[in-house]
Design a protein around this ligand. Structure first.
Ligand code: ADP
Ligand code: ZN
Ligand code: ZN
Length: 746
């Protein structure tokens, strides 16, 4: 017996809250029923407040008590913002990552639309050259370099530019704009729409492509043959092999066909570089999306793609969900990069994996590019699920760097620098070339230790040492931010003999300055680049050849081009060789290859020195002697022998609580529920165990790891046990998360 007495329509709505269910509403009073369809945003009463939700389905009846259904307050759109194929993706993500549909849905939209703002392109100011500005010789402005730079930028771009693009070019562009307007060199303008451009210029190229080398051409041809259908390509090209050039030629092809391209990069800091290269090549506007842009800018970029007025989107992880009415191609650069996986909070999706699913749903090819492909991706290529495309050589004339494992056992060390390395640095600097030194830790020293009693300063909220920062004379925890002034006496025995233990970038910098007098050392780490614009400044100094020695952390491994660097050294690679997490070998190999890729990018050959106390470690030997692919195949074999991913599948529950027994009890509950639904032999349950860092930011942390050789079994188990877990009475002070295909076990 239906419980709908009035035969009225029931509207099922996804609401962005942490519940795994949908909610039913009635249509708004006096609203034409045939105008209501899935995909529209709605404002609904919820508890004592309102929420913006999304219509999922229209039904004849509800499983809820019909008399309790409330009408929707307002329908916010006349047309759905997302197409069916976008909704299909959102549903897939929600299912695969076991995350509430309403939240996944909401996160697919830019913040303003999420909040219910009208889906209209915010009006942006545009500026363009006047006739005078077009012909003006910019050297006449040489006494106003900023004005000159802006004018030249307009002359190079040769089209009206919006305020957002100008901000990306120079954050203080308005200061230079005003005088240029007054000199009648610039004027305010209207945007050129993409269709206008394409009518006048069938090929949207501003500058000519390189004549591609045979490997590049083979890659381009392979992808072009598959345009219009789904296929995954893994573009494995060493650093500098011309991957970006391949992307650009593919993009040109897709633009010619009037289709759209989605380009994803892992880091915000990499977008300006790529944006610049794209803008030099393509006479089309490029939509940019990353977290440093304003909500208005991101909404504008999203809508420009959604409305089809823009054909290229360049963005980070979340741009993956941008609607593409005319999809042609998806490109994911640096596909191995961990920042493609959402790590903390929210739906922990892998943008790489979801991009593949998305391409399949859209029926377009996807290109995953990297100098150091993830083991999973190589595994997929081994099994012909992905087509491997290789660019084995550097493009242009650059030569491959040579590697040296430098045995530092029994060597006299000066703050991490062995005598042979110091000699090599001297030699390199004498040739007027740059040196790049990598160390994986910022600060002065990883800790302070008491010479009398052995006490070290631990964080009171985490299982971690406090790192000494010399600049502000403080100790800081890198996990929770807790800080403490540097003490003069040991807190345990009062001895004044406290010494810094170990190495950080600040300490190495100090030593370098002392050893290499008159040489300029530039340090790049999270502390030295905190101020806005300081990273850009340092990079400029490096590229202008003002820096002699570049010293830095992880940040150096990411895509930057340092053309005058010929010596790269990693001061300590041993740390990564002994970790509890099986992923760390892969990470270390990728890091070494990526850092090495900074060496000798131009005419002069580069040298890579790895300081180690493990000169015969098989991982290092394989990598250095036989290269990344050989390393990867060995590492995959090890994973297979141990039944580890990608030869099995993982799901990781992380539990944290302010009291240790709360966390462990909840983790035990997870195990009990898992076992209740598990069939013998299907899914292996490991835990509960304390997390590798058992306490962080004041919380006790436990884990339960599920492993199965069959993905289906794992997900079926989760489908069955999660509703039970959600049904448990909420335990105050306990929070938990589920990570599907975790990329680390911390
Ligand atoms: P990757 O993205 O693989 O690091 P890039 O596309 O940035 O490589 O290319 C590295 C360098 O080689 C760039 O300076 C690029 O302009 C140049 N380059 C790329 N392809 C060619 C080519 N076919 N001929 C000459 N130079 C090229
Ligand atoms: Zn002491
Ligand atoms: Zn801490």
């Amino acid at each position: 017996m239906p419980n709908n007495p009035s035969q009225s329509m029931v509207i099922r709505v996804a609401i962005p809250i942490h519940l795994h269910r949908l909610f039913d509403y009635l249509p708004p009073v006096d609203y034409p029923l045939d105008a209501i369809k899935p995909g529209l945003r709605v404002k609904v009463p919820f508890g004592n407040s309102h929420k913006v939700g999304f219509i999922i389905a229209l039904l004849a009846d509800s499983h809820m008590d019909f008399h309790k259904l409330k009408p929707i307050e307002a329908i916010l759109d006349t047309q759905p913002l997302l197409a069916d194929v976008d909704l299909e993706l959102i549903a897939w993500v929600s299912r695969y990552y076991h995350y509430p549909l309403g939240i996944v849905y909401s996160n697919a939209l830019p913040a303003l639309l999420r909040q219910g703002r009208a889906a209209e392109l915010p009006v942006e100011e545009y500026y363009a050259l006047t006739d005078l500005g077009q012909t003006m010789d910019s050297s006449q402005l040489k006494r106003a370099p900023k004005q000159k730079a802006l004018l030249v930028h307009f002359q190079q771009q040769a089209m009206p530019l919006p305020a957002s693009a100008l901000s990306a070019f120079d954050s203080k562009w308005r200061n230079s704009l005003k005088p240029l307007l007054e000199k009648m060199l610039l004027q305010s303008s209207q945007p050129t729409s993409v269709s206008q451009v394409s009518n006048t210029q069938p090929v949207l190229l501003r500058s000519e492509a390189f004549a591609s080398n045979p490997a590049q051409q083979a890659a381009i041809d392979a992808v072009c043959q598959q345009l219009g259908q789904f296929k995954v390509f893994l573009l494995h090209g060493v650093t500098g092999s011309g991957k970006t050039e391949v992307y650009m030629q593919l993009i040109a092809k897709v633009l010619e066909q009037g289709q759209q391209v989605l380009v994803l990069v892992p880091e915000i800091t990499l977008t300006p570089q790529l944006q610049q290269r794209f803008q030099q090549r393509f006479a089309a506007s490029i939509a940019i999306s990353h977290s440093r842009l304003s909500d208005n800018q991101r909404t504008a970029a999203w809508l420009a793609m959604q409305q089809g007025t823009c054909n290229i989107m360049l963005g980070t992880r979340s741009a993956l969900f941008t609607p593409l009415p005319r999809p042609g191609l998806i490109i994911l650069d640096e596909e191995h990069d961990a920042s493609f996986k959402q790590q903390e909070g929210g739906c922990r999706f892998s943008a790489r994996d979801v991009a593949v699913v998305r391409a399949k749903m859209l029926g377009v090819p996807v290109v995953l590019g990297s100098a150091t492909p993830a083991l999973e991706s190589l595994h997929n290529a081994n099994h012909n699920r992905y087509q491997l495309l290789r660019l084995p050589q550097r493009a242009g004339n650059a030569l491959r760097p040579s590697f040296q494992l430098l045995d530092i056992r029994n060597q006299k060390m000066q703050d991490g620098l062995s005598a042979p390395l110091i000699t090599q640095i001297h030699e390199t600097l004498a040739r007027d070339e740059q040196v790049l030194l990598f160390i994986n830790r910022r600060g002065f020293a990883p800790t302070l230790i008491c010479h009398s009693c052995g006490w070290v300063m631990r964080c009171k909220h985490c299982d971690a040492n406090m790192v000494l920062h010399a600049k502000d004379n403080r100790l800081r925890c890198h996990h929770c931010g807790y800080g403490h002034a540097r003490m003069l006496n040991c807190l345990a025995c009062q001895s004044p003999q406290l010494t810094p233990l170990g190495l950080g970038t600040e300490r190495v910098e100090q030593t370098l300055v002392r050893l290499f007098t008159n040489k300029k050392v530039v340090r790049l780490d999270r502390d030295s680049t905190k101020r806005k614009g300081s990273l850009e400044q340092s990079l400029e100094a490096i590229n202008a050849g003002e820096a002699d020695i570049i010293l830095g952390t992880q940040m150096l491994a990411k895509g930057h081009h340092f053309s005058k660097v010929t010596l790269v050294a990693m001061l300590d690679v041993d740390g990564g060789l002994f970790s509890v997490d099986f992923h760390s070998a892969e990470r270390l190999a990728q890091l070494i290859v990526q850092v090495a890729g900074r060496a000798g990018r131009e005419q002069k050959p580069g040298r890579v020195v790895l300081q180690t106390r493990q000169p015969s470690h098989p991982l290092l030997l394989t990598l250095v002697q036989r290269g990344y692919t050989a390393f990867a195949q060995t590492a995959l074999q090890e994973r297979q022998d141990a039944f580890l991913p990608p030869f099995s599948y993982h799901a990781l529950f992380r539990v944290q609580a302010s009291q240790e027994q709360w966390a462990s009890k909840f983790a035990e509950l997870v195990v009990v529920l898992t076992n209740r639904f598990n069939s013998p032999g299907e899914v292996m349950v490991l835990g509960p165990v304390p997390a590798p860092m058992a306490r962080k930011a004041g919380y006790y942390r436990y884990q339960v790891l599920l492993q199965s050789v069959a993905r289906v079994s794992l997900h079926k188990l989760l489908d069955n046990m999660l509703p039970e877990l959600y049904n448990q009475p909420r335990v105050m002070g306990v929070s938990w998360s589920l990570d599907i295909d975790p990329i680390d076990l911390y």
